[in-house]
Design a protein around this ligand. Structure first.
Ligand SMILES: Nc1ncnc2c1ncn2[C@@H]1O[C@H](COP(=O)(O)OP(=O)(O)OP(=O)(O)O)[C@@H](O)[C@H]1O
Ligand SMILES: [Mg+2]
Length: 217
């Protein structure tokens, strides 16, 4: 039976703005979030950043299981559920309240990572995993999702000490890259695909231009 999407509550009146950064390992997500955060703060915006998995006490505990190198027997379904559980907790306790207070929220990974990693690359089904995540988050989607697109060979070379997921073989990371590209293509209004092989400043200018125009800064 094909799962149906849960009813999505209308959050269109929320005063905040929600941006997620997606892409494979070492593509520059954390670097770009820090730069964008500083630019927005200079313009007087209040900014809240989160990273996945993590951001609350419970979500950080789940992170230790998900990324710890001692949990190699974790099943794909258990992995998908743990990501969704951590996301449910951070949305309810951090992201939703921050958006309601008018903050710009910058998320280092969000539900598209689950769709790409567990849905496509682990082959659990992109639609099923998206439904699971939308259930967990009560339907919260970002206003804008930046995908930093990079050949995983280059990305992996930028990563110094690989965690459990980063240690997976190159082919897995190729599937993840293709999944993000497909997601961006399917939802052009929400996604911006950026060439992450450009230099850091060039990328940050592209990202800032997009955020500026969406936020009418
Ligand atoms: N555009 C870029 N060109 C070259 N190197 C970069 C670029 N952006 C970031 N880096 C470098 O690549 C490394 C990984 O960057 P960063 O930690 O921001 O990526 P990430 O996507 O957050 O990685 P992870 O998946 O490990 O969290 C860092 O050493 C960073 O300085
Ligand atoms: Mg990072």
């Amino acid at each position: 039976m094909k799962p149906t999407l849960p009813q999505i509550p209308d959050r269109s009146a929320r005063p905040g703005f929600f941006v997620s950064f997606e892409g494979g390992e070492g593509v520059g997500k954390s670097t770009q979030i820090q730069i964008l955060k500083n630019k927005l703060i200079e313009l007087g915006k209040s900014v809240v950043t989160t990273r996945e998995p993590g951001g609350t006490k419970a979500a950080e505990a789940i992170r230790a299981i998900l990324l710890g190198n001692e949990y190699h027997q974790l099943t794909d379904r258990a992995e998908a559920l743990l990501f969704a559980a951590a996301r449910a907790d951070v949305v309810a306790n951090v992201i939703d309240p921050a958006l309601a207070d008018g903050n710009v929220v910058l998320a280092d990974r969000y539900l598209d990572s689950s769709v790409a990693y567990q849905g496509y690359a682990r082959k659990l089904g992109s639609e099923e995993v998206k439904v699971l995540s939308l259930w967990a988050t009560r339907g919260l989607l970002p206003d804008l999702t930046i995908v930093l697109d990079l050949d995983p060979i280059i990305g992996m070379n930028r990563v110094s000490s690989p965690d459990r997921l980063e240690s997976l073989e190159l082919n897995f990371h190729r599937l993840v890259r293709n999944a993000f590209r497909e997601l961006a293509q399917n939802e052009p209004n929400r996604f911006l695909l950026v060439d992450a092989s450009l230099d850091t400043n060039e990328i940050s200018n592209i990202v800032f231009d997009e955020v500026q125009s969406r936020l009418a800064l």
